[in-house]
Design a protein around this ligand. Structure first.
Ligand code: URA
Length: 196
Protein backbone atom coordinates (compact mmCIF):
# COMPACT_ATOMS: atom_id res chain seq x y z
CA UNK A 1 0.00 0.00 0.00
CA UNK A 2 1.39 3.45 -0.87
CA UNK A 3 2.30 5.68 2.07
CA UNK A 4 3.15 9.35 2.49
CA UNK A 5 6.80 8.37 2.98
CA UNK A 6 7.34 6.58 -0.34
CA UNK A 7 8.85 9.47 -2.35
CA UNK A 8 11.30 10.52 0.34
CA UNK A 9 12.27 6.95 1.13
CA UNK A 10 12.74 6.12 -2.52
CA UNK A 11 15.23 8.94 -2.96
CA UNK A 12 17.32 7.50 -0.11
CA UNK A 13 16.93 3.97 -1.44
CA UNK A 14 18.19 4.93 -4.91
CA UNK A 15 21.09 6.84 -3.34
CA UNK A 16 21.88 3.79 -1.21
CA UNK A 17 21.73 1.45 -4.22
CA UNK A 18 24.29 3.62 -6.01
CA UNK A 19 26.48 4.14 -2.95
CA UNK A 20 30.23 3.61 -3.25
CA UNK A 21 31.22 4.95 0.18
CA UNK A 22 32.72 1.63 1.30
CA UNK A 23 34.06 -1.44 -0.45
CA UNK A 24 31.00 -3.64 0.20
CA UNK A 25 29.39 -2.26 -2.96
CA UNK A 26 32.01 -4.21 -4.93
CA UNK A 27 31.05 -7.60 -3.51
CA UNK A 28 27.28 -7.29 -2.98
CA UNK A 29 24.65 -8.82 -5.26
CA UNK A 30 21.82 -6.57 -4.07
CA UNK A 31 21.50 -3.63 -1.75
CA UNK A 32 19.14 -4.65 1.05
CA UNK A 33 17.26 -1.52 2.01
CA UNK A 34 14.17 -2.61 3.91
CA UNK A 35 11.05 -4.72 4.14
CA UNK A 36 7.70 -4.19 5.75
CA UNK A 37 5.36 -1.29 6.22
CA UNK A 38 6.92 2.20 6.23
CA UNK A 39 4.22 3.84 8.32
CA UNK A 40 4.33 1.36 11.18
CA UNK A 41 4.98 2.33 14.76
CA UNK A 42 7.82 -0.19 15.03
CA UNK A 43 11.15 -0.34 13.23
CA UNK A 44 13.38 -3.37 13.74
CA UNK A 45 17.06 -2.88 12.96
CA UNK A 46 19.29 -5.90 12.40
CA UNK A 47 22.98 -6.22 11.65
CA UNK A 48 23.63 -6.71 7.94
CA UNK A 49 22.37 -8.81 5.04
CA UNK A 50 23.54 -12.41 4.93
CA UNK A 51 23.79 -14.80 1.99
CA UNK A 52 20.05 -15.12 1.24
CA UNK A 53 19.29 -11.47 1.88
CA UNK A 54 22.06 -10.48 -0.55
CA UNK A 55 20.59 -12.78 -3.21
CA UNK A 56 16.97 -11.71 -2.69
CA UNK A 57 17.45 -8.04 -1.77
CA UNK A 58 15.25 -8.34 1.31
CA UNK A 59 16.26 -8.30 5.00
CA UNK A 60 15.82 -11.34 7.23
CA UNK A 61 14.75 -13.94 4.70
CA UNK A 62 17.16 -16.74 5.74
CA UNK A 63 16.80 -19.11 8.70
CA UNK A 64 17.24 -16.35 11.26
CA UNK A 65 14.65 -14.26 9.44
CA UNK A 66 12.15 -17.10 9.45
CA UNK A 67 12.60 -17.47 13.20
CA UNK A 68 12.25 -13.72 13.62
CA UNK A 69 8.97 -13.72 11.67
CA UNK A 70 7.73 -16.55 13.87
CA UNK A 71 8.59 -14.69 17.08
CA UNK A 72 7.04 -11.45 15.87
CA UNK A 73 3.99 -13.36 14.65
CA UNK A 74 3.40 -14.78 18.15
CA UNK A 75 2.37 -11.30 19.29
CA UNK A 76 0.66 -10.25 16.07
CA UNK A 77 3.48 -8.35 14.36
CA UNK A 78 4.22 -9.02 10.70
CA UNK A 79 6.17 -7.34 7.93
CA UNK A 80 3.01 -7.40 5.81
CA UNK A 81 0.99 -5.42 8.33
CA UNK A 82 2.70 -3.49 11.10
CA UNK A 83 6.50 -3.56 11.24
CA UNK A 84 9.32 -2.00 9.21
CA UNK A 85 12.56 -3.98 9.02
CA UNK A 86 16.02 -2.82 8.01
CA UNK A 87 19.68 -3.30 8.91
CA UNK A 88 22.64 -1.30 10.17
CA UNK A 89 24.47 -2.15 6.92
CA UNK A 90 22.67 -2.31 3.59
CA UNK A 91 25.29 -4.47 1.82
CA UNK A 92 26.50 -7.93 2.84
CA UNK A 93 29.96 -8.16 4.40
CA UNK A 94 31.90 -11.00 2.71
CA UNK A 95 31.46 -14.35 4.53
CA UNK A 96 29.08 -12.57 6.93
CA UNK A 97 31.99 -11.12 8.93
CA UNK A 98 31.23 -8.43 11.50
CA UNK A 99 30.73 -4.96 10.02
CA UNK A 100 33.83 -2.75 10.22
CA UNK A 101 33.54 0.63 12.00
CA UNK A 102 34.11 2.49 8.73
CA UNK A 103 31.34 0.49 7.04
CA UNK A 104 28.93 1.29 9.86
CA UNK A 105 29.85 4.95 9.66
CA UNK A 106 29.46 5.06 5.88
CA UNK A 107 26.07 3.34 6.02
CA UNK A 108 24.72 5.30 9.00
CA UNK A 109 23.59 8.04 6.60
CA UNK A 110 20.94 5.69 5.18
CA UNK A 111 19.79 4.24 8.48
CA UNK A 112 19.56 7.70 10.04
CA UNK A 113 17.55 8.90 7.04
CA UNK A 114 15.16 5.95 7.42
CA UNK A 115 14.65 6.86 11.08
CA UNK A 116 14.26 10.58 10.39
CA UNK A 117 11.73 10.06 7.61
CA UNK A 118 9.65 7.39 9.34
CA UNK A 119 10.00 8.53 12.96
CA UNK A 120 9.11 5.13 14.45
CA UNK A 121 7.74 5.18 18.00
CA UNK A 122 9.48 1.93 18.91
CA UNK A 123 12.90 0.84 17.67
CA UNK A 124 14.03 -2.74 18.25
CA UNK A 125 17.79 -3.18 18.09
CA UNK A 126 18.28 -6.75 17.06
CA UNK A 127 21.66 -8.04 18.26
CA UNK A 128 24.80 -6.34 19.48
CA UNK A 129 25.86 -4.63 16.26
CA UNK A 130 22.56 -2.74 16.05
CA UNK A 131 22.55 -2.09 19.81
CA UNK A 132 26.07 -0.64 19.84
CA UNK A 133 25.21 1.62 16.92
CA UNK A 134 22.85 3.51 19.23
CA UNK A 135 23.91 2.79 22.80
CA UNK A 136 27.32 3.74 24.11
CA UNK A 137 28.01 0.96 26.60
CA UNK A 138 30.39 -1.83 27.48
CA UNK A 139 27.53 -4.10 28.58
CA UNK A 140 26.88 -7.22 26.51
CA UNK A 141 23.57 -7.88 24.79
CA UNK A 142 22.46 -10.25 27.57
CA UNK A 143 22.54 -7.32 30.00
CA UNK A 144 21.08 -4.79 27.56
CA UNK A 145 18.19 -6.83 26.15
CA UNK A 146 14.73 -6.16 27.42
CA UNK A 147 15.55 -2.67 28.70
CA UNK A 148 13.98 0.48 27.30
CA UNK A 149 16.24 3.35 26.22
CA UNK A 150 15.30 6.73 24.81
CA UNK A 151 15.87 6.67 21.06
CA UNK A 152 15.85 9.26 18.26
CA UNK A 153 12.81 11.59 18.19
CA UNK A 154 11.78 10.45 21.69
CA UNK A 155 11.16 6.93 20.46
CA UNK A 156 11.37 3.98 22.82
CA UNK A 157 14.29 1.77 21.92
CA UNK A 158 14.90 -1.79 23.11
CA UNK A 159 17.83 -4.10 22.36
CA UNK A 160 16.75 -7.70 21.80
CA UNK A 161 18.64 -10.90 21.02
CA UNK A 162 19.47 -11.59 17.40
CA UNK A 163 17.53 -14.60 16.06
CA UNK A 164 20.73 -16.28 14.88
CA UNK A 165 21.81 -16.40 18.54
CA UNK A 166 18.50 -18.06 19.37
CA UNK A 167 19.09 -20.60 16.60
CA UNK A 168 22.25 -21.66 18.42
CA UNK A 169 20.46 -21.91 21.79
CA UNK A 170 17.56 -24.24 21.48
CA UNK A 171 16.30 -24.43 25.09
CA UNK A 172 12.96 -22.83 25.91
CA UNK A 173 13.41 -23.22 29.66
CA UNK A 174 12.77 -20.32 31.98
CA UNK A 175 15.80 -18.00 31.81
CA UNK A 176 17.04 -19.34 28.44
CA UNK A 177 17.64 -16.89 25.56
CA UNK A 178 14.43 -18.02 23.80
CA UNK A 179 12.43 -17.57 26.98
CA UNK A 180 13.94 -14.10 27.51
CA UNK A 181 13.13 -13.17 23.92
CA UNK A 182 9.53 -14.18 24.55
CA UNK A 183 9.37 -11.89 27.61
CA UNK A 184 10.86 -9.03 25.58
CA UNK A 185 8.52 -9.35 22.65
CA UNK A 186 5.50 -9.52 24.96
CA UNK A 187 6.71 -6.32 26.67
CA UNK A 188 7.09 -4.66 23.25
CA UNK A 189 3.53 -5.65 22.36
CA UNK A 190 2.28 -4.29 25.70
CA UNK A 191 3.88 -0.89 25.13
CA UNK A 192 2.77 -0.85 21.47
CA UNK A 193 -0.83 -1.46 22.54
CA UNK A 194 -0.70 1.50 24.93
CA UNK A 195 0.37 3.87 22.17
CA UNK A 196 -2.31 5.81 20.37
N1 URA B 1 20.84 -10.98 9.98
C1 URA B 1 20.63 -9.63 10.05
O1 URA B 1 21.04 -9.01 11.01
N2 URA B 1 19.96 -9.06 9.09
C2 URA B 1 19.46 -9.71 8.05
O2 URA B 1 18.83 -9.09 7.21
C3 URA B 1 19.69 -11.09 7.99
C4 URA B 1 20.38 -11.70 8.96
Amino acid sequence: MPTQYDDELNLIKVKCENCEKCSLCKTKTHTVFSAGVPNSKIMLIGEAPGYYEDIQGEPFVGKAGQLLDKILGCVGFSRKENIYICNTLKCRPPENRDPLPEEKLACSEYLNAQIEILKPRIILLCGKVAAYSFIDTKLGITKLRGKWFEGPNFSKMMPIFHPSYLLRNDSREKGSPKWLMWQDIKEVRRVYDQMN
